[in-house]
Design a protein around this ligand. Structure first.
Ligand code: PLP
Length: 395
């Protein structure tokens, strides 16, 4: 299998972790030698309720027995998608009422950018340095990391970059700006939270010049930061909210949500303003609905903040310079790329899954399932401390 993986399946890096998976359950993933790995990554913030959560699996199975794909997005009335979008609206401010379901996060970003252009009649987009919004052409155009995009130019014209958290840069948002797109908490950059009412200030500036504000909550959304959406911590409501990853509960999904007034523009002049075959797929929507129900009806969000405190209490070591992030979206900042690499690779050997962040090589990701237990946190943190103790202080 390993040989075939490298021979037939296209790779994204010269050194994939290449763990051969047998099955997964709760907070554990098992390889084909039946070795158990405690999962501190959750498929990169996607497996919100851990692996094979019974409510998610049952929702998927029961939908499979009824029907799978029957029609392209938006034509037929399909209960899972209707209930999912209705439940999202119930937990969002009134201005975020209507949701478009897509197959992935990046596709939802594309839809959001198109909607902003269509609504404002403007073309300029403002994004942030070190932002990550996905890998299709529009999302890549608003990615704030030149090294990973230059090979794919030309990209979208009229995209400008500002520094996240720098209020002085907000003057670049003008009456020419269609939208400002930001991650509520910058992920790839190293889990950078907005500071000094930054998002409020962005909101205010957008209002002044008539630009739309898009917040990308593909990573912080769905309870990970202790509230259902990250923006709820920062007194700033976006015009378009983009979600994905954890919403699917382990299935592929993306979504963008806006007011009815805005969203209805996608069905008019031109009609079919954004279309997809599989978006809103009934099996995926059933999985997402079960996930959203569980996150909103349980105490998992409160627990996320308590679990954060446990991580912070346990992860004290001279090689941990900082712990960034909120709730169960945490990044250990180590002194060097080498320490971060060693920790991630040695943890895997020791049966603990950790992972990198896209643009901050000194960071180590900790984004476990929200369902992780305190005992599992204690066990995983002990592995981390043991490994750090073996690393050279010079690193
Ligand atoms: C903040 C953010 N936006 C967008 C995306 C893209 O989502 P997807 O990989 O589902 O296309 C990601 C994925 O990592 C992300 O973290």
């Amino acid at each position: 299998m390993r040989l075939d993986f490298f021979k037939y399946q296209a790779q994204t890096s010269p050194h994939p972790l290449a763990m051969e998976i047998s099955h997964a359950n709760g907070s554990y993933i098992y390889d084909t030698n039946n070795k158990a790995y405690l999962d501190f990554v959750a498929g990169v913030s996607a497996s919100t309720l851990g692996h094979n959560h019974s409510k998610v699996v049952n929702a998927i199975k029961s939908q499979l027995d009824k029907y799978m794909h029957v029609m392209v997005y938006g034509e037929y009335i399909q209960k899972p998608a209707v209930e999912l979008t209705k439940l999202l609206a119930k937990h969002l401010p009134a201005s975020l009422e209507k949701t478009y379901l897509t197959n992935s996060g990046t596709e939802a970003i594309e839809g959001a950018l198109k909607l902003a252009k269509r609504a404002t009649g403007r073309s300029e987009i403002i994004a942030a340095n070190k932002a990550y919004h996905g890998n299709t052409m529009g999302s890549l155009s608003v990615m704030g990391f030149e090294e990973r995009k230059q090979a794919f130019r030309p990209l979208l014209p009229n995209v400008k970059f500002i520094e996240f958290n720098k209020a002085a840069d907000l003057k670049h948002i003008t009456v020419k700006t269609a939208c400002v797109i930001l991650e509520t908490i910058q992920g790839g950059a190293g889990f950078i939270e907005p500071k000094n009412n930054y998002l409020e200030k962005v909101r205010h500036r957008c209002n002044e010049v008539g630009a739309l504000l898009i917040l990308d909550e593909i990573q912080p959304g769905i309870g990970r930061t202790g509230k259902l959406f990250g923006f709820q911590h920062y007194n700033c409501i976006p015009d378009i909210l983009v979600t994905g990853k954890g919403l699917g509960g382990g299935m592929p999904i993306g979504a963008f949500t806006a007011s009815s007034k805005l969203m209805d523009l996608l069905s008019d002049n031109p009609k079919l303003g954004h279309i997809t075959t599989f978006g809103g797929h009934p099996v995926i929507a059933a999985s997402a609905l079960a996930t959203l129900q569980e996150v909103t009806q349980s105490t998992l969000m409160e627990q996320a903040l308590e679990k954060e405190q446990l991580f912070r209490k346990l992860l004290v070591h001279p090689l941990i310079k900082d712990i960034r992030g909120k709730g169960l979206m945490l990044a250990l900042i180590t002194p060097s790329d080498a320490v971060a690499n060693d920790l991630i690779l040695k943890s895997q050997d020791a049966g603990l899954i950790l992972f990198w962040l896209l643009f901050e090589p000194k960071a180590v990701r900790i984004t476990p399932p929200l369902t992780i237990s305190n005992e599992e946190i204690i066990k995983g943190c002990a592995i981390i401390i043991d490994i750090l103790n073996t690393l050279q202080p010079s690193k």
